[in-house]
Design a protein around this ligand. Structure first.
Ligand SMILES: Cc1ncc(COP(=O)(O)O)c(C=O)c1O
Length: 293
């Protein structure tokens, strides 16, 4: 095993302490770049192709050239995962527009900067999954292209801090009286036995976990509808869940200090959580078999 803290920067693997980016990188100056975070269980990346497809869409949307093809990306990530001393990882990768004299307009000939690192994956502890978590709410004041996984995250950071200051795990967002998502997750609510979530649009990130939850609900025969969900419907929901690659599926049991439903993780959450864990295990086993073959 190589030493820990190995990262990938512009074509090379090196220890994180030695990784340097020039101060004129447009990621540093403008937040001009996009990113992804892929969970890795027992060294098997989860939904890597879907993450790479979303990266391709983000890059195209902001007109940054994708420096690598799908197979090259996969190879870099697999190599980096193998270099870490821990099994469960969160692989973070970002592409910026590169280094250029400061000017808002795009540089003509800058090469994109590519940075990839992998950290131990931090999932919600078992006790939190069982007890459920607190969330607060805020007005969604972000830009109108929340479908792009941009590294310009100041809006999300400010909104996440609202819940951090309140000792809560997430900030659930409403725009014009409608639920959008949370500061770093998608949101599902349950009303009258039906799982509801806002449809994909430019106002939410198309979450990979959102898609997994959708597939699992459909395969498991759980009623799920994508439609606008009002703030009042959210506040009066029987259950609220947040989903993301690191949070997986987590029940929200208080919203702005008031209990959601009976204040405990609900029956549909429990079912979905079990389906999600089962699915993860299946993907992991299949990945291990592929690696061994
Ligand atoms: C704003 C926002 N919405 C949703 C998500 C969930 O996306 P995923 O399930 O792909 O992790 C994230 C994840 O980082 C996010 O930052």
């Amino acid at each position: 095993m190589e030493k820990s803290g190995m990262v990938f920067l512009n074509g090379k693997f090196l220890p994180i302490e030695e990784a340097r980016v020039p101060v004129l990188d447009r990621g540093f100056i403008f937040g001009d770049g996009v990113y992804e975070l892929v969970p890795v269980y027992s060294r098997v990346p989860f939904r890597l192709d879907e993450h790479l497809a979303r990266l391709e869409r983000s890059l195209a949307a902001v007109r940054i050239r994708n420096p690598y093809g799908r197979a090259e990306w996969r190879d870099i990530i697999v190599q980096l995962v193998a270099k870490q001393p821990f099994e469960d990882q969160g692989v973070y990768f970002q592409v910026t527009r590169g280094v250029a004299k400061r000017d808002h307009a795009f540089p003509k000939d800058a090469a994109p900067t590519v940075f990839v690192m992998s950290n131990p994956l931090v999932c919600p502890p078992k006790e939190l999954v069982e007890s459920g978590a607190a969330a607060v709410t805020a007005d969604d004041f972000r830009w109108q292209r929340c479908d792009i996984k941009s590294i310009s995250l100041i809006g999300n950071c400010l909104l996440r801090q609202v819940s951090a200051d309140a000792g809560a795990v997430e900030t659930i967002l409403f725009r014009d009286g409608q639920l959008t998502e949370a500061s770093a997750s998608n949101v599902f609510v349950v009303r009258g036995g039906v799982i509801l979530s806002p449809p994909k649009s430019k106002l939410i990130l198309p979450g990979i976990t959102y898609d997994v939850v959708t597939e699992l609900a459909q395969a498991g025969g759980l009623p799920l509808q994508f439609r606008d969900v009002s703030e009042a419907e959210t506040r009066g929901a029987d259950e609220i869940w947040v989903t993301s690659s690191s949070k997986e599926v987590l029940a929200i049991v208080t919203l702005d200090g008031k209990p959601v439903g009976d204040g405990k993780p609900g029956p549909l959450f429990r079912r979905m959580y079990a389906l999600y864990q089962e699915f993860k295990q299946k993907v992991m086993r299949a990945g291990k078999e592929r690696q061994a073959a």
